[in-house]
Design a protein around this ligand. Structure first.
Ligand code: TRP
Length: 374
């Protein structure tokens, strides 16, 4: 059996550079590597609704944004199946059965869910709730189980995601193990695939905060104009103690350099700044002193514009044919549904809840009820 990828994103906003280096760019490479038999990319609208129940319009508007970001980043619907989670109802049924294999206590220990509950200000105790804090929606609390359905429905061997998703993959593996132990070998155990470049693991925001996030307003979006990108780079957080050009500068925690780590290509210096042979030489000069932030930012701008321009161009083309983009999603969802339905049939058979397809069950019961009457 060949290798299969499943991964996806919640459609809560346009995709930014953090998504790009953390996953999108990698997906395009994997798509073109020819190493994978099937690649499924899911727009996780149902998961997004678990903490946006009162804002379905936001999700509805962002599905097309995310689809455009995917296509313009270079995902090719001829090579990958792009689909919308809610259009594959088989996923819900799988999740319903998996729920019996996971304890409340195990879910409470999931570090990502824990952190997200905190971040959203949901209460995690009955006392909190009576003090008017919003309770945690059950759907949100259980989304790791739904994510296990997403992954297993497509028999994914490989899930390329960022580090924050590690606990989800771990929990999926546990569910698979439990299912296969209880009901017999049925589900495929997935492996997680992290980005190999440390700077790409978690790209900081332009303000130097740990993560790019829409709510912090520190994102560079794939769909930002060239001018917006330039402005954001020019106001980026660097080393607050690097005041005069002559001062020695610090690289650690300096966002401009983190971005260079993430985006520098082997030929970037030759193309845009031939005075330096490579990034190490540039860093060395910056640390020694005598190199101003503006110059480094201009270099970063050149590199980023080079990466983003083809993406912007492709987006323009796809924006001219929105019905065509919806058609890609519709076809992808149909195809995804077929695969998920086949897995669901296996699951039902393994759990012995395929009553009407089970001739042996009917024969057995025929015998059972005939016995007493002889
Ligand atoms: N949780 C992921 C995110 O927040 C989205 C997602 C849903 C996902 N189901 C998945 C990712 C399955 C990988 C595999 O971005």
């Amino acid at each position: 059996m060949g290798k299969v990828i499943l991964t996806g994103d919640r459609p809560t906003g346009r995709l930014h550079l953090g998504h790009y280096v953390g996953s999108l760019k990698r997906r395009v490479e994997l798509q073109n590597s020819g190493e994978y038999e099937k690649i499924f990319i899911m727009i996780a609208d149902a998961q997004a609704l678990t903490d946006n129940a009162d804002n379905p319009e936001k999700i509805r508007q962002n599905i097309i944004e995310v689809a455009l970001d995917y296509l313009s980043a270079g995902l090719d619907p001829e090579k990958v199946t792009i689909f919308i989670q809610s259009q594959v109802p088989e996923l819900c049924e799988l999740a319903f059965y998996y729920m019996n294999l996971v304890t409340v206590q195990r879910l409470q220990r999931n570090p990502t869910v824990k952190q997200e509950i905190q971040l959203r200000g949901f209460s995690d105790s009955e006392e909190d709730e009576s003090q008017n804090k919003k309770g945690t929606p059950v759907g949100f609390f259980t989304y790791p189980i739904s994510q296990a359905s997403d992954i297993t429905a497509f028999r994914a061997t490989t899930v390329p995601v960022g580090v924050d998703q590690a606990p989800m993959i771990e929990q999926t593996r546990e569910i698979v193990h439990k299912f296969n132990t209880v009901y017999g070998e049925t589900l495929v155990t997935p492996e997680m695939k992290l980005p190999d470049n440390a700077a790409c693991l978690r790209l900081p925001g332009t303000d130097g905060k740990a993560k790019m996030s829409k709510s912090l307003g520190n994102c560079i979006y794939l769909s930002d104009s060239a001018e917006d990108v330039r402005k954001k780079i020019m106001s980026m957080y660097t080393d607050p103690n690097h005041i005069r050009v002559e001062d020695p500068g610090q690289i650690e925690g300096n966002t401009v350099f983190t971005y260079l780590d993430a985006f520098c290509q082997p030929d970037s210096f030759e193309k845009h700044w031939p005075e330096y042979p490579n990034l190490d030489a540039l860093k060395e000069h910056y640390q020694r002193g005598g190199l101003g932030d503006v110059k480094v930012k201009k270099f970063l701008n050149a590199i980023l514009q080079e990466a983003l321009e083809p993406i912007r161009q492709r987006r323009k083309e796809f924006e001219k044919d929105i019905p065509g983009v919806y058609e890609i999603l519709r076809k992808g969802s149909l195809c995804a549904r077929e695969v998920a339905a086949a897995t669901l049939a296996d699951v039902r058979r393994a759990m012995k809840i395929d009553y009407f397809d089970d001739a042996e069950l009917i024969a057995e019961h025929t015998r059972k009820f005939a016995e007493g009457k002889e």
